[in-house]
Design a protein around this ligand. Structure first.
Ligand code: GLU
Length: 414
């Protein structure tokens, strides 16, 4: 079978192909799984604050829009490539279908340095929107924050979009609250992950009270997951970020660590001992949360892991080979499209709030988020129970079937 997919195969392609076989898909459906609807590469010449002009590469990949407008984050990251945006766009299609929000999947961003001065970051963000403004829109494609971007960047982007199309808050999610953003958007991914870990822990009879947690990556997702799990009685025994890693068997207070990180690197956090970041995966713990970059947990890391649950805060942190090892060793892996879907759901609520020009009332967001994640977890766990598959395969199958049903209902591509 020949499928139009213009870039070399990656690990996601491998997963897609195994799903094609498992589900016995037709060529049309395989095409749908692998090939994006649209891929855009833009060059962004920007005058930087040091007076030089530099050109950056930007991308937007819109994977599948059968269930609704494209939706997904924009990452500003050195070395970002089109193929990475493509894999991540596919994951967004499945993620949206799994939590049953009316979106398709997209992803994009800019290949740029991580430590740019704010003025340069703003210039790049505005240049990006100016290049893609005709391809995005509140009923077309709605970006959001991802690695290297945040609510401030979303605010600049919303403002830039308004120059072309007039005020349109629903064009972007993860905005500052002052611009129509959702107060809970920033914490939603990490808090949602903690909620799902609670469900998975109950299913493997692991009491969360006193459970030991290791967190790889202490950015937005890792830190909020740590705060929420700590509040639920778990003990954070190891944390890493790009500067190093620390461990403390009596537990690290995540809020204290966050306060420390405002002025100093992780490794100087007094109450804990330094750890080789490569050894974080091997720390004696019950729950491992990879919340850094994709592909950070390989087969060898998985062999060294001593946890019972892996909860993927990042997108695609475990390679397929690592997944096999975890399965063999009876480790429950909460897959990314389920584990970190709380952020997408909060984005959905923000988008709805902007479209109807009315804010959610206190408490509504938390209960809707919990309800949605519980439903998604139940759908996946039931499917896995029935088929004997891993939670990842079950999650992909539930999601892919929903996307294919939408394609069929449209009568498209027949
Ligand atoms: N970047 C986040 C993700 O990978 C959120 C995307 C969104 O809210 O649209 O799920």
């Amino acid at each position: 079978m020949t499928v139009l997919c213009p870039q070399p195969a990656d690990t996601h392609d491998a997963m897609c192909w195994s799903m094609v076989e498992r589900l016995g898909l037709t060529e049309r459906d395989a095409q749908l799984l692998l090939a994006p609807y649209r891929e855009v590469l833009v060059s962004l010449p920007v005058r930087l604050s040091d007076g030089t002009v530099r050109s950056f590469r930007g991308y937007r990949v819109q994977h599948n829009g059968a269930r609704g407008p494209f939706k997904g984050g924009l990452r500003f990251h050195p070395g970002l490539e089109l193929s990475e945006a493509r894999s991540l766009a596919r994951l967004m299609t499945w993620k949206a279908a799994l939590i049953d929000v009316p979106f398709g999947g997209a992803k994009g961003g800019v290949d740029c340095p991580a430590d740019l001065p704010p003025a340069d970051l703003q210039a790049i963000a505005r240049a990006y929107v100016a290049r893609v403004e005709r391809l995005i829109g509140p009923t077309r494609d709605i970006p959001a924050p991802d690695l290297g971007t945040n609510s401030v960047v979303m605010g600049w982007m919303m403002d830039e979009y308004a120059k072309f199309h007039g005020p349109t808050p629903a064009i972007i999610t993860g905005k500052p609250v002052e611009l129509g953003g959702l107060p809970a958007r920033e914490s939603a991914t990490g808090r949602g992950l903690a909620h799902l870990v609670t469900r998975a822990a109950a299913d493997v009879s692991l009491p969360l009270d006193g459970a030991r947690v290791a967190i790889q990556g202490f950015g937005n997702v890792g830190s909020w997951a740590g705060i929420e799990l700590h509040a639920r009685g778990a003990r954070i025994v190891a944390v890493s970020d790009e500067s190093g890693a620390i461990t403390r068997s009596d537990g690290i207070d995540p809020a204290g660590l966050l306060a420390h990180l405002r002025g100093a690197p992780l490794s100087t956090y007094g109450p804990a001992e330094a750890l080789d970041p490569a050894d974080l995966v091997a720390v004696d713990c019950d729950i491992l949360i990879p919340a850094a970059l994709g592909g950070m947990i390989g087969a060898q890391d998985a062999e060294r892991a001593r946890c019972r649950i892996v909860a993927e805060g990042a997108n695609a942190p475990c390679t397929p080979a690592a997944d096999d090892v975890f399965r063999r060793n009876d480790v429950t892996v909460l897959p990314d499209i389920l584990a970190n879907a709380g952020g997408l759901y909060a984005s959905y609520l923000e988008w709805v709030q902007n479209l109807r020009h009315q804010a959610w009332r206190g408490g509504e967001v938390d209960s809707l988020l919990a309800e949605t994640l519980n439903r998604a977890y139940d759908d996946v766990a039931k499917h896995a129970d029935r088929t004997g598959d891993s939670l990842r395969v079950a999650a992909w199958e539930v999601a892919i079937r929903r996307v294919l049903a939408a394609v069929d209902a449209r009568g498209a591509g027949a």
